[in-house]
Each structure stands twice: as structure tokens, then as C-alpha cells.
Write a protein of this length. Sequence first.
Length: 152
Amino acid sequence: MSIGKNIAVYRKNKGLTQGELGELLGVTNQAVSKWEGEISMPDVMLLPEIAKVLDVTVDELYTLKESKPAALEGDDRIVVVDVEDKGAKVKCAVPLEVLKGVTGMFGNKGDSIGEIFKNLGDDFTGTIVDIADSNSNSKVVVSVEHYENKNL
């Protein structure tokens, strides 16, 4: 990850808006936005203050270490559900291992979402469902992807 992306992650972890971080650092929210959008870099003399405000070291600003959720330690695949309806968008991801354990969704023994995902090949990635309805301006996509610090 870049320093701008790392600043964004640490800022969000602290519950700060770009404006609030900018105010604490004596810069504009536009400056913070440009750092996070990788349009510009913060002044090197400002790095210690950024690190102090975000409760990290300057080294951590350069190297964000993200850990995988525990459910991804074995199988690193996730199921991504992307729904669009009349301009509103929702996107979420669930570790595939979690869904494999779901039982009894449809009332019949052995007939569940878990059974569907258990039957996927060990190396399967790709789209499972891709439905679009142009009349209602709706779309649903369900896919299996490898977890790579997805920004959802």
C-alpha cells in the first residue's frame, strides 16, 4: 500500500474525517484528499505530526500490515455480493469458509447455501450469479474471489 492509502486506513481507524485530520495538521481537507487519492504526497516535514495524530510511527505510514481475518487462514477466498438497485449500491464480502458452514437455509436437510459453496472446486474463482434487470435498473452479482485486502 502507498502512504496515501495508509493515511486513509489509519484516519478511518481513528474515526476522523479528512477535514478533521486536516484541521489537526493545519492543512486543508483537500490536501488530505489529494494524499489519500495519491495525487500528491504530504510534505516530509509533516510526516512526524501525521504519525503522532494517527497514533502510528512514521515507518507504519509507509508499511501498513493488514492481517487476514481468521476465517481466511485456510481458504483465502471470499464471496462478494454486489447489489445495485435504482442507483443505490451495496457491496459486501463473506469468507467462503463461513458460508460453507451454513446449514438449513431452505428447510430441507442438506439443502443449504453451505452445500452450494462446498461443491465449488478448491480452486474455483469467478462469477456465480450475474443478473441485470434493465426495466427496474437493478443488478446482482455474486462472485468468488481471492482475498487481497479488497476495498469493499
